[in-house]
Design a protein. Structure first.
Length: 84
């Protein structure tokens, strides 16, 4: 339903809430030595990179938050990962 998607909750639209929910799922506070150990011994990326990496490659993320050149998570379109 198109009307449902226009609902603003806590100042966020549906797209912004989706991305915020995704990021919150990975929100952790890790000590630097823990991250260093994980990088050396585990094939999975640290939580920070499981959010910033994929989302900064999604056009929908840029649209949802109005990310522009010069913003911290801006990645030039010419180097964004495109799989499909």
């Amino acid at each position: 339903d198109q009307f449902k998607n226009k609902v603003i909750i806590a100042g966020l639209n549906h797209s912004q809430r989706f991305f915020l929910g995704y990021a919150l799922a990975w929100m952790v506070n890790e000590r630097p030595e823990t991250v260093a150990s994980q990088v050396k011994s585990n094939e999975h990326s640290p939580a920070k990179f499981r959010v910033n990496g994929p989302l900064s490659n999604m056009p929908e993320f840029y649209q949802a938050f109005g990310v522009k050149a010069g913003d911290q998570l801006w990645v030039s379109d010419s180097v964004r990962v495109k799989i499909w």
